[in-house]
Design a protein around this ligand. Structure first.
Ligand SMILES: *[C@@H]1O[C@H](CO)[C@@H](O)[C@H](O)[C@H]1NC(C)=O
Ligand SMILES: *[C@@H]1O[C@H](CO)[C@@H](O)[C@H](O)[C@H]1NC(C)=O
Ligand SMILES: *[C@@H]1O[C@H](CO)[C@@H](O)[C@H](O)[C@H]1NC(C)=O
Ligand SMILES: *[C@@H]1O[C@H](CO)[C@@H](O)[C@H](O)[C@H]1NC(C)=O
Ligand SMILES: *[C@@H]1O[C@H](CO)[C@@H](O)[C@H](O)[C@H]1NC(C)=O
Ligand SMILES: *[C@@H]1O[C@H](CO)[C@@H](O)[C@H](O)[C@H]1NC(C)=O
Ligand SMILES: *[C@@H]1O[C@H](CO)[C@@H](O)[C@H](O)[C@H]1NC(C)=O
Ligand SMILES: *[C@@H]1O[C@H](CO)[C@@H](O)[C@H](O)[C@H]1NC(C)=O
Ligand SMILES: *[C@@H]1O[C@H](CO)[C@@H](O)[C@H](O)[C@H]1NC(C)=O
Ligand SMILES: *[C@@H]1O[C@H](CO)[C@@H](O)[C@H](O)[C@H]1NC(C)=O
Ligand SMILES: *[C@@H]1O[C@H](CO)[C@@H](O)[C@H](O)[C@H]1NC(C)=O
Ligand SMILES: *[C@@H]1O[C@H](CO)[C@@H](O)[C@H](O)[C@H]1NC(C)=O
Length: 515
C-alpha cells in the first residue's frame, strides 16, 4: 500500500477505498485546515518497542521510521498534544507478541489489533489501562488465562479485587465472573469507575454489602453478582441506577424486607433475579412499575402474602418463577396469573403451605378455561393437586405445549379430542384421575405410553392393556367404587401444599435469560 500524497491526515490508510479526484481534493483541503502535531519522544519509544516485539511487521517496519513524526505513522492518531489516542492496526498481518509498552501510551483511547496473527498474552497493562475505552484484539492467536489477571496485579495472591483496578477510571465493562475473587466492593473505590456500564463479578467469593455509593454509577446497565457470599439489604441508592436492565443477585445472603426498596425508578429493568437469598415480606408493589420486565425470578426466599393483582402490569413477562416461598391463597394466585399473554414459563410450586384447597367443587378447584389464554406456554404441570372437573377444551389452544402433566388429580369426563392438535406435545400424563371414555388416537396420541393413562378405571383405548374400548361397548366396565379410584388416597400426600405449573427444566429455560 502506497502512502497517499497528502500526509496531514493521520488516519490509517490501508483500507481506504479508491479515492476519486474530488476525494483527493477534499483531503488536500483538510491538509491545509489541520496541521499535524508532532509526537512526543516517549510515545515514539513506546511504539517502537511494540514494533520490536513483532516478529513480522508486514511492512510496518518500513512505514514506522524512527526519524519521522510518529503521529503520521500508519494506523496512529494523536491528539493536539502529540499524544497517541488511537492505534488501528487491524488486518495488517502482524505476528509476534503485544508489547506491554503500549500501556505507556497514556492517552490511548482505542487499540485495534484485530485480525492479525499475534500470539502470547494480552499485557495486563492494557487491560487495566486508565484511558482505553476500546480494546479489540479479536481474531489473533493470543492465549493465557484471563483469570490470572487479579493475581498478576493483586497485592498478594489472596486474590482480592486489586486496588489498581479502580485506577481504570474510563472502564465501562468490569467483567471477572467465575474466579475466586475475595473481598468486598469498596464503597470509595467503586465510584471512581463512574463510567461502568457492566459489572459482572458473578460466581466469585465476594462478601460484604452492595455499597450505597453504587447509586452514583449512573450508566450502569448490568449488575451480575450471582453466586457470591454478599449480604445486607439492597442499598436504597441502587434505585438511582435508572439505566439498569439486568440485575442478577441470586444465591447470596441478602436479606431484609424487599418492600423497603423502591423499584419504581428502574423502569428499564428487563431481568431481575434475586433467587435463593433471605428476602422477606411481600413483593414490593413498586416492582410492578417495571413494565419492561421479561424475566422475574424470586424463588427460595421467604416472600409472603397474596400475589398482587398489579403483577398483571408486567405485560412483557415471559419467565416468572415464584416457587419455594410462602405465598398464600392459591385460588387468588391462579386468578391473577391467568392474564399473562406472553408467559412461556411459570413456576409457582412449593408455596401455599398448609393451605386447604377448596374442598367443594366450586370454581379454581377446576382448571380454569382461561388457561387457554396462556398461548405461549410450552409446559404445563398441574400434577398432584386437587383439581376437579373436566379437562378444558381451551388447552387445545396452547399449541406450543411440549409438556402437559395433569396426573394425580380428580379430573372427570373425557379427554378432549382437540388435544390431538397439540403437535409439539411430547410428554403427556393424565394418569390417576377419574377420566372416562375413549382415548383419542390422532395426533401424537399413539406415541404416549400406557403409563400416561393408567389409573383412570373408566377410560379405554388401544394403548390400555386389558381395557379395550370394544369391551366398554359390549358391556360397561365393572364400576369401580369412587373411593377406590385412588385420587383421594394419593392426593393426601402432598397436593394441598404443592402446585407446580411450568417447566421443571428450570436451568435450560433460564439460560436464555440469564446466560
Ligand atoms: C531512534 O532515533 C534516536 C535518535 O534520533 C536514537 O537515539 C534511537 O536509538 C533510535 N531508535 C531506534 C529504535 O532506532
Ligand atoms: C514505560 O515507561 C517507563 C518510563 O519511561 C519505562 O521505565 C518503562 O520501561 C516503560 N514500560 C514499558 C513496558 O516499556
Ligand atoms: C477493529 O477493526 C476491525 C477491522 O477494521 C473492525 O471490524 C472492528 O469493528 C474494529 N473494532 C472496534 C472495537 O472498533
Ligand atoms: C493507582 O492510583 C494510585 C493512587 O493514585 C497510585 O498510587 C497507583 O500507583 C496507581 N496504580 C497504577 C497501576 O497505576
Ligand atoms: C445516597 O443518596 C442520597 C440521596 O441522593 C445521597 O445524599 C447520598 O450521598 C447517597 N449515598 C451514597 C453513599 O452515595
Ligand atoms: C418510589 O419512588 C417514586 C418515584 O421516585 C415515588 O413516587 C414513590 O412514592 C416511592 N415509593 C415509595 C414506596 O417510597
Ligand atoms: C427452598 O428454600 C429454602 C430456603 O428458603 C432452601 O433452604 C431450600 O433449599 C429451597 N428448596 C429448594 C428445593 O430449592
Ligand atoms: C406479546 O408478544 C407479542 C409478540 O412479541 C407482542 O407483539 C405483544 O405486544 C406482547 N404482548 C404484551 C402484552 O406485551
Ligand atoms: C383468596 O382469593 C380469593 C379470590 O381472589 C378471595 O375470594 C379470597 O377471599 C382470598 N382468601 C383470603 C383468605 O384472602
Ligand atoms: C410434574 O411435576 C411433578 C411434581 O413436581 C413431577 O413429579 C413430575 O415429574 C412433573 N411432570 C413432568 C412430566 O415433568
Ligand atoms: C381458542 O382461541 C380462539 C382464538 O383466540 C378462540 O376463538 C377460541 O374460543 C379458543 N378455543 C377455546 C376452546 O378456548
Ligand atoms: C405418569 O405419571 C405417573 C404417576 O405420577 C407415573 O407413574 C408415570 O410414569 C407417568 N408416565 C409418564 C409417561 O410420564
Amino acid at each position: 500500500m502506497h502512502p497517499l500524497p497528502c500526509t496531514c491526515s493521520n488516519r490509517r490508510r490501508t483500507k481506504l477505498p479508491p479515492i476519486p479526484l474530488l476525494g483527493v481534493a477534499h483531503l488536500l483541503l483538510l491538509c491545509i485546515a489541520s496541521p499535524t502535531s508532532s509526537c512526543t519522544q516517549e510515545e515514539k519509544i513506546s511504539l517502537l518497542k511494540f514494533l520490536e516485539g513483532l516478529s513480522h511487521g508486514s511492512g510496518l517496519t518500513t512505514l514506522w521510521q524512527n526519524e519521522t513524526n510518529c503521529c503520521m505513522w500508519e494506523g496512529i492518531t494523536c491528539d493536539t498534544d502529540g499524544l497517541v489516542t488511537e492505534t488501528s492496526l487491524a488486518s495488517m498481518g502482524l505476528e509476534g507478541s503485544i508489547s506491554p509498552s503500549l500501556g505507556n501510551l497514556t492517552s490511548l483511547l482505542s487499540l485495534n489489533l484485530s485480525h492479525n496473527s499475534l500470539s502470547g498474552q494480552i499485557p495486563a497493562e492494557l487491560l487495566l489501562h486508565r484511558s482505553i475505552v476500546a480494546l479489540d484484539v479479536s481474531f489473533n492467536n493470543l492465549h493465557g488465562d484471563l483469570h490470572k489477571l487479579p493475581s498478576i496485579l493483586g497485592r498478594d495472591m489472596e486474590r482480592d479485587i486489586p486496588d489498581d483496578l479502580y485506577n481504570a477510571t474510563s472502564l465501562e465493562h468490569l467483567s471477572f465472573p467465575n474466579n475466586q475473587l475475595h473481598g468486598t466492593l469498596s464503597p470509595e473505590n467503586i465510584v471512581k469507575l463512574s463510567n461502568l456500564v457492566t459489572i459482572n463479578l458473578a460466581n466469585n467469593e465476594l462478601s460484604g454489602k452492595i455499597p450505597d455509593s453504587i447509586g452514583q454509577l449512573k450508566r450502569l446497565e448490568e449488575l451480575h453478582l450471582k453466586y457470591n457470599s454478599m449480604f445486607g439489604e439492597l442499598p436504597s441508592n441502587l434505585s438511582k441506577c435508572s439505566n439498569l436492565k439486568t440485575t442478577i443477585l441470586g444465591s447470596n445472603i441478602f436479606h431484609g424486607q424487599l418492600k423497603k426498596f423502591n423499584f419504581s425508578t428502574l423502569s428499564k429493568l428487563e431481568i431481575l433475579d434475586i433467587m435463593s437469598n433471605k428476602f422477606t415480606g411481600i413483593v414490593p408493589e413498586s416492582l410492578y412499575f417495571c413494565n419492561n420486565l421479561i424475566a422475574l425470578r424470586l424463588p427460595s426466599n421467604n416472600f409472603q402474602g397474596q400475589l398482587s393483582p398489579r403483577i398483571g402490569n408486567l405485560k412483557s413477562l415471559k419467565f416468572l418463577s415464584l416457587s419455594n416461598n410462602s405465598f398464600t391463597n392459591i385460588t387468588h394466585a391462579l386468578q391473577v396469573l391467568k392474564s399473562f399473554e406472553n408467559l412461556t414459563t411459570l413456576l409457582i410450586g412449593t408455596n401455599f403451605r398448609g393451605e386447604a384447597m377448596p374442598e367443594d367443587e366450586t370454581v379454581d378447584g377446576q382448571i380454569p378455561q382461561q388457561i387457554g389464554n396462556l398461548k405461549a406456554l410450552t409446559a404445563l404441570n398441574l400434577s398432584f393437586n386437587n383439581l376437579h372437573g373436566e379437562v378444558p377444551q381451551s388447552i387445545s389452544n396452547l399449541t406450543n405445549l411440549q409438556l402437559l402433566d395433569l396426573s394425580n388429580n380428580h379430573l372427570t369426563g373425557e379427554i378432549p379430542t382437540a388435544l390431538e392438535n397439540l403437535h409439539f406435545l411430547s410428554e403427556f400424563n393424565i394418569s390417576n384421575n377419574n377420566l372416562e371414555g375413549p382415548i383419542p388416537t390422532g395426533g401424537q396420541f399413539s406415541t404416549y405410553p400406557d403409563s400416561s393413562f393408567v389409573g383412570n378405571p373408566n377410560m379405554c383405548g388401544p394403548m390400555i392393556i386389558h381395557h379395550h374400548c370394544n369391551a366398554v361397548e359390549a358391556g360397561p366396565a365393572p364400576t369401580v367404587s369412587k373411593d377406590l379410584c385412588g385420587a383421594d388416597i394419593v392426593l393426601t400426600v402432598s397436593f394441598a401444599v404443592f402446585v407446580g405449573v411450568g417447566v421443571l427444566y428450570d436451568q435450560i429455560v433460564l439460560s436464555r435469560y440469564f446466560g
